[in-house]
Design a protein around this ligand. Structure first.
Ligand SMILES: Cc1cc2nc3c(=O)[nH]c(=O)nc-3n(C[C@H](O)[C@H](O)[C@H](O)COP(=O)(O)OP(=O)(O)OC[C@H]3O[C@@H](n4cnc5c(N)ncnc54)[C@H](O)[C@@H]3O)c2cc1C
Length: 399
């Protein structure tokens, strides 16, 4: 259970603010990227005199998501890891294989643990305020930005915005990755606590990309989740028969209790999110384009992004901050094109990758840290024709 005493952040009293209050930084949206950024700024003693305001309409007191990611390095939020696995399983209709992933491990952080940890720390930090409420306006002049919430204005020279306005994705490759997961508790010992099912495509694909993942906490408890790439997001009840069938057929369990549920969607797109809409507003997180277009993973990209922003702040170079541009954005476009136009399928692509390459190489590639030679191995593992066609289309596409 979350420790609500520590967790509930100190909220500034709106009544004592005259007309507006000035800060050095306003962070609009205190989710993964907003809280990571505030937490990291507060770790730097040279920035201890900088005031920060965080604003969110949600109290972040629920376990609304779990983040999984692979890593081979110590990581700033390692102390709140819920679990890590040294082995992963990949399966599709052709094969099933377990891999040792050292020096990597696959890690999981529960949203509630992250919110409690970061808000608990920020709550004690000086010059750090929170406002709960719906942000109704963000504006700027040449000198400052203004955020309005609960009818009150707050100003700062720089504002980080971590939520998206309505976006027209129609000119981009775009698909929703939507999912529903159950944390189940089984009567009998059922799971290998050291083995995470990374992707299991043994589910009717129905012309889409559909897979399960299973993240066990112990022999009796696991998150079992189905992820689907499609243009529309169905009702919550749509996923239930798939979850029930998978738990019965592949986990081999009849008696279990559902103790938590998660349901949500992430945009997978090569849409050109504009991280710097102006010199004073910097978009971050999903809104800054940090969700990887071809996988939907965002946790590590958001950590890299917030690290870079903090370095720019400490180096007094925030005005020059630009997100990293690299060849992987183009690779994501090729992947999305190939999947969305049915040149190939997610099951086939990932099946070929896991059949022919090590997970370590696949992780390195997905981390955007591979060499050009590694890229060639990845591109030539699946049949190359669908990707060659997609590449040609993307090169000639006017975006
Ligand atoms: C259920 C789920 C599971 C995921 N699992 C993984 C995973 O396993 N691995 C991975 O790498 N990625 C995962 N992701 C993707 C990604 O890591 C998350 O979406 C991540 O939370 C994105 O961080 P963010 O800061 O961009 O957005 P958020 O964390 O959503 O933060 C945005 C904040 O803005 C606030 N907000 C929005 N509008 C307003 C407004 N008008 N006024 C005030 N506040 C507002 C929201 O309340 C929210 O707190 C998952 C996403 C979801 C939804």
């Amino acid at each position: 259970m979350p420790n609500l005493r520590i967790f509930l952040p100190k909220v500034i009293k709106a009544s004592i603010i005259a007309t507006s209050k000035k800060y050095d930084y306003i962070i609009a949206g205190a989710g993964l990227s907003g809280l990571s950024l505030a937490y990291k700024i507060r770790q730097i003693s040279a920035l201890k005199d900088k005031s920060i305001l965080l604003v969110d309409k949600d109290k972040k007191d629920k376990n609304d998501r779990t983040w999984s990611f692979w890593s081979h390095k110590p990581h700033i939020f390692d102390s709140i890891l819920y679990k890590e696995w040294s082995q992963i399983l990949f399966a599709n209709h052709q094969f099933e294989k377990t891999y040792d992933i050292a020096p990597y491990s696959y890690k999981m952080i529960r949203g509630i643990d992250f919110y409690e940890h970061t808000l608990g720390f920020l709550n004690e930090a000086p010059l750090t305020d929170f406002v709960f409420g719906d942000i109704t306006e963000i504006s700027e002049t040449a000198d400052e930005t203004t955020l309005t919430c609960n009818g009150i204005s707050y100003t700062a020279p720089t504002l980080f915005k971590s939520f998206t306005d309505k976006i027209d994705f129609s000119k981009s490759n775009f698909v929703w990755q939507h999912f529903k997961g159950w944390i189940i508790k089984t009567e009998e010992p059922t799971f290998d606590p050291n083995l995470a099912t990374f992707m299991d495509f043994r589910v009717e694909q129905d012309g889409e990309t559909r897979f399960f993942y299973v993240l066990p906490k112990d022999a009796h408890t696991a998150l079992v989740e189905i992820a689907i790439f499609s243009n529309t997001i169905p009702e919550s009840s749509f996923y239930d028969p798939y979850l029930r069938d998978y738990i019965r057929e592949y986990i081999g369990c009849k008696k279990y209790e559902i103790i938590e549920e998660e349901l949500n969607a992430i945009p997978m797109t090569d849409f050109n999110f504009n991280p710097n809409p102006s010199s004073r507003i910097i978009n971050i997180g999903t809104n800054g384009g940090s969700v990887k277009g071809s996988s939907g993973y965002a946790y590590k990209y958001i950590q890299k992004e917030t690290d870079r922003i903090v370095t720019h702040i400490t180096d007094n170079k925030l005005k020059q901050y630009k997100p990293l541009k690299n060849r992987y954005k183009f690779y994501d476009s090729i992947f999305l094109n190939a999947i969305l136009t049915n040149k190939t399928s997610g099951e086939k692509v990932f099946g070929h990758l896991f059949k022919k390459l090590s997970p370590q190489l696949i992780f390195k590639f997905l981390d955007e840290e591979a060499t050009f030679f590694d890229d060639l191995k990845v591109f030539t593992a699946p049949p190359t024709l669908p990707f060659t066609k997609a590449l040609i289309e993307e090169v000639f596409k006017s975006k």
